[in-house]
Write a protein that binds this ligand. Structure first.
Ligand code: Q9C
Ligand code: ZN
Length: 354
């Protein structure tokens, strides 16, 4: 399976995040992607690495508000013009109740106001290289999609920063542009056929769900920590099934703390039955390995061998897959866990190759 990787992510190196008012070390670090690359590079025949090609801003603006992209493109310079900050974390957000009954506010231009307008939480800093890295992650994802459009059975995009928490018009959750949603829309537009986004990151992909909530050509299926206890808290509930034409094309499987290999695989089989029923031509996998038992910010209990079983199960769908990296924060095992998922998928596709 070809691996798409770009060093552009290295420019995004935030050091802190704020959780419940506590400033702490950032979890979403450059070392995550470098570890995955290091482990995959040890098997160059199985995992040849290719560079992304530039795809411009049109595929981003087909999914995201143009104002979000323009903000991210210029935010760093605008902030620095006002105040020399090492990283920007907003503190005042546009809570929907603040302007209830008043309609939307003018789009702000001041640094603090615009960060709070476009961001939704305090764990996703802007630093000098954020925009360059986020653009690079989108190009990585679209290049993996092009490989699949060109006839590959699967391709892996080593995206960093991740994407699935970014809705149409905001960033957050360590995510700036929604790589998986951009790819799903790109595939649907290029083929005219149905696409499923299967999200196996520990966290619910609120951004992807929001982007496709009213569409019937893109299904969103997610297994995740129950939002009643787990980030992103305000989306991912079982009753969220899509709306309008999209009613019935959104499936959430919130899971209990301590969910282990067997319980997870049972839920994954259920999810895959619903994918089969929808009948997509192509699958986009939001692959987070923060379901691992030692992950520092999550509470599932998956083991390293389980990731191979998960990949093998997804391969049984028999559809082309664009696999995109989302979360996973336990550095000593992140590479092995991703490698196992991809190897499990490939060995099921072509048992002789393993
Ligand atoms: N201080 C992804 O996995 N909350 N995003 C972290 C730790 C934010 C996770 C709390 C979690 C975002 C792509
Ligand atoms: Zn996650």
């Amino acid at each position: 399976m070809q691996v798409v990787y770009s060093p552009a992510h290295l420019a995004h190196a935030p050091t802190t995040e704020v959780e419940l008012g506590v400033s702490m070390a950032q979890y979403e670090l450059p070392a995550r992607a470098e570890e995955i690359r290091r482990v995959l590079a040890a098997e160059p025949e199985r995992f040849p690495v290719v560079e992304p090609t530039g795809h411009g801003v049109a595929p981003i603006e087909a999914v995201h508000d143009a104002g979000l992209r323009a903000f991210l493109a210029t935010a760093w310079e605008r902030v620095q013009a006002e105040q020399a900050l090492a990283e920007v974390i907003p503190d005042t957000f546009i809570h929907p109740a603040l302007r209830e009954g008043m309609g939307p506010p003018p789009v702000p231009t001041g640094a603090a106001a615009s960060a709070g307008y476009w961001c939704f939480e305090t764990m996703t800093p802007l630093v000098s290289g954020t925009y360059e890295a986020a653009r690079g992650a989108v190009d990585v994802a679209l290049t993996a999609a092009d490989l699949v459009l060109g006839g590959s059975r699967a391709a892996y995009g080593l995206c960093r920063p991740p994407g699935h928490h970014a809705p149409r018009a905001a960033y957050g959750g360590y995510c700036y542009f929604n790589n998986a949603a951009i790819v799903a829309h790109h595939l649907a537009a290029a083929t005219g056929a149905k696409v499923t986004v299967l999200d196996v990151d520990y966290h619910h992909g609120n951004g992807t769900q929001q982007i496709f909530y009213e569409r019937d050509d893109v299904q969103y299926v997610s297994l995740h920590g129950d939002p009643n206890r787990a980030y992103p808290y305000f989306a991912g509930y079982r009753g969220e099934i899509g709306a309008g034409r999209g009613r019935g094309t959104n499936l959430n499987l919130p899971l209990a703390p301590g969910t282990d290999d067997d319980a997870y695989l049972v839920a994954l089989v259920q999810a895959l039955e619903q994918v089969e029923a929808f009948g997509p031509a192509t699958i986009v996998v939001s692959l987070g390995v923060d379901t691992f038992h030692l992950d520092p910010i999550a509470d599932f209990a998956l083991t390293t061998p389980a990731f191979a079983r998960c990949g093998a199960l997804v391969a049984t769908l028999g559809r082309p897959c664009v696999v995109l990296q989302e979360g996973g924060y336990y550095l000593p095992a992140i590479g092995e866990n991703v490698r196992n998922w991809l190897t499990g998928f490939e060995d099921r596709v072509s048992p002789a190759a393993g």
